[in-house]
Design a protein around this ligand. Structure first.
Ligand code: ATP
Ligand code: MG
Length: 286
């Protein structure tokens, strides 16, 4: 039998759609039957298992799945032995301690003697011990934000992205204790055949995430600016420069990193660049 790599992803929730989009961006076709818990790719040796996100670290640690996509918050909380292979760059969020908006809060010491509700007892304990705080951890699996208003706890420790859920429950963020994003995790000891499939998949994943973090940029520049602009946007090797029909001007093509994008655009304009086009890149292979 041909070896197949098994990937665990969240069945339904905040990670599901982006996880599947990523697989599709890697050029992998599969058909999904909503009632089934497994799909088999038709053009790559991959099986997809649909799981609760909480179960993914253990399933990968046990080798039932070879790899998985899950929030780093869950990986660290579950304390299972898995390797973090790649950071996925989506589902960014933070795990924070929040207190009633009207209660005084003067720093971690204010949590001494309090009862804190959370679904992340291990991460919270680590924070409290690290800050010398003695507080009671009350573990609940959902609806953590309402715990203070129903008298179940004095504070909470939960995932925050915008903070509007906290505000809606009369809470304010007091401490960020962990920053997370989706990660690709892997079983510690993959067979050489599975490792080879994983390497092929990683090659694609890297090409996709590189492409997502870069833009193709085309502009017209006065010839005297070519040298300086090349220094600003060296691209993958060096920019392509072709003369325009109008004397003294060239068209310059290059690749630019998303995170420096606006700074660089301003500098290009200052050097006399005009007609700047910015185009998404689908795949990028160095
Ligand atoms: P399951 O039913 O699979 O156990 P869940 O309810 O535990 O799902 P979700 O709410 O779908 O989990 O969140 C999954 C992961 O997405 C979280 O562990 C976290 O890494 C990330 N996440 C949660 N909330 C947000 C958010 N508001 N913004 C971005 N990412 C988030
Ligand atoms: Mg969960």
């Amino acid at each position: 039998m041909e070896p197949v790599l098994r990937l665990g992803i969240q069945k339904e929730g905040r990670l599901s759609e982006r996880s599947l989009e990523f697989i599709e961006a890697c050029g992998i076709d599969y058909s999904r039957n909503k009632t089934r818990l497994k799909s088999t790719a038709s053009n790559f040796p991959l099986e997809i298992l649909y799981l609760r996100d909480d179960d993914i670290p253990k399933v990968v640690a046990d080798g039932v799945a070879d790899i998985g996509i899950v929030g780093e918050n869950v990986v660290v909380e579950k304390q299972e032995t898995v390797d973090i292979i790649e950071r996925m760059g989506f589902s960014r969020c933070r795990l924070s301690i929040a207190v009633p908006a009207n209660a005084p809060y003067l720093g971690p010491d204010s949590l001494n003697g309090k009862k804190i509700a959370t679904s992340y007892p291990n991460l919270l304990r680590e924070y409290l011990v690290g800050h010398g705080v003695l507080a009671e951890i009350h573990e609940i699996s959902g609806s953590v934000e309402i715990a203070p208003s129903i008298g179940l706890a004095d504070a909470i420790c939960d995932i925050v992205s915008s903070g509007s859920t906290l505000m809606g429950n009369g809470l304010r963020e007091a401490e960020v204790i962990f920053r997370s994003e989706a990660v690709l995790v892997g079983h510690r000891h993959l067979s050489p055949a599975k490792q080879e499939i994983l390497n092929r998949l990683l090659f694609r994943i890297k090409a996709v995430s590189k492409a997502e973090n870069h833009k193709y940029i085309v502009m017209n520049i006065p010839n005297e600016a070519i040298e300086e602009v090349t220094r600003l946007i060296p691209g993958m090797k060096s920019p392509t420069v072709t003369p325009l029909a109008e004397p003294g001007w060239s068209s310059l093509h290059s690749v630019l990193k998303e995170d420096t994008f606006w700074d660089v655009i301003e500098q290009l304009q200052a050097k006399g660049a005009q007609g700047i086009l910015v185009i998404p890149i689908e795949k990028m292979i160095l």
